[in-house]
Design a protein around this ligand. Structure first.
Ligand code: GUN
Length: 298
């Protein structure tokens, strides 16, 4: 039987509706507007698209946005000076530096320079630590947060299930594992991480009740790597050449959607799965940052 599609666009739409109401209350009752700074260094075409999508989403929600673009050859001094300015700008509650930056930029140093209370990506060590210990004063990183919400809204409770995360990046794989193992409602899974150093990858992925692919390799997950009835979440967004299309490329995930949807019970599409959720959760974190900075409780 064909898998049920987990509609990330629709779920992100519901979360967005709630946030629009919250932003309106903040304006009406507290006279505050959340603000997000989005920093892009260089001209990477995919990054440009993502940054513009984030700015557009802010406008849809009534969130103030400040887009800053630095040239591809910008140095650390220039970028750190900008971070300092944004750290001290009261209109800005959240700061995001689009990843990956050009090679001359020391990304770790840039992340460390962002004030933890404005680190809506949850990349700063303070927030990563808070997430790991289950301290909700920090943030939850947008993509793994989006995956947890997709599971929640589609009625998949990870408790007692075996979740296998493919990939161990700081942005997705590692925090994804941390969230799934929390002793908390909507989590409490048994977690395995499969990565490039894992020798028996398929053997492990075939044990997954929930399989989360986040490795950035087009259509890596094939049907024979998936247990019949598994829930499959595809975090990948890969551009592959497609001369027949207008842009010359098409977007595919880390999962062979056509083949795997014949085996899985539920599956996310690409695009329209995890992608819209990442942006929705970024907006959520920006609103949370604003409320915390203004000492407003729910
Ligand atoms: N590049 C890919 N995903 C992300 C993300 O969640 N945040 C930032 N800043 N850059 C990214």
């Amino acid at each position: 039987m064909a898998a049920e599609i987990i509609d990330g666009k629709a779920i992100a739409g519901k979360i967005t509706e709630e946030l629009i109401k919250k932003v309106a209350v903040l304006a009406r009752s507290y006279n505050v507007q959340p603000g997000l700074a989005v920093v892009l260094v260089g001209e990477d075409p995919a990054s440009k698209v993502y940054v513009n999508m984030k700015v557009k989403k802010c406008a849809e929600l009534g969130i103030y946005s400040d887009k800053r673009v630095l040239p591809a050859d910008a140095g650390m001094d220039e970028l750190l000076q900008l971070i300092d300015e944004l750290n001290n700008d009261p209109k800005i509650n959240g700061i995001l530096v689009q990843s990956p930056p050009p090679p001359q930029i020391d990304e770790e140093a840039v992340i460390a320079a962002i004030k933890p209370e404005k680190d809506v990506d949850c990349f700063h060590a303070v927030n990563v630590g808070r997430m790991l210990i289950g301290d909700d004063r920090g943030f939850v990183p947008c993509t793994p947060y989006g995956v947890m919400k997709l599971l929640e809204y589609s009625g998949v409770d990870p408790a007692g299930k075996h979740a296998v995360v493919i990939g161990r990046s700081n942005i997705v794989g590692k925090p994804m594992m941390a969230l799934l193992i929390q002793k908390a409602k909507g989590a409490n899974a048994t977690v395995t991480c499969v990565h490039s150093g894992t020798v028996n990858q398929s053997e492990l992925t075939r044990q997954a009740d929930i399989l989360i692919a986040a490795i950035g390799r087009p259509e890596f997950v094939q049907a024979d790597m998936v247990k019949p009835g598994a829930v499959v979440i595809d975090v990948g967004i890969n551009r592959v050449e497609a001369p027949e299309t207008k842009n010359g490329y098409r977007l595919v995930g880390d999962v062979d959607f056509k083949a795997v949807s014949k085996v899985a019970s539920k599956i996310t599409p690409v695009p329209g799965g995890v992608g819209p959720m990442t942006i929705a959760m970024l907006m959520h974190n920006t609103v949370k940052a604003c409320m915390q900075q203004h000492h407003i409780n729910n």
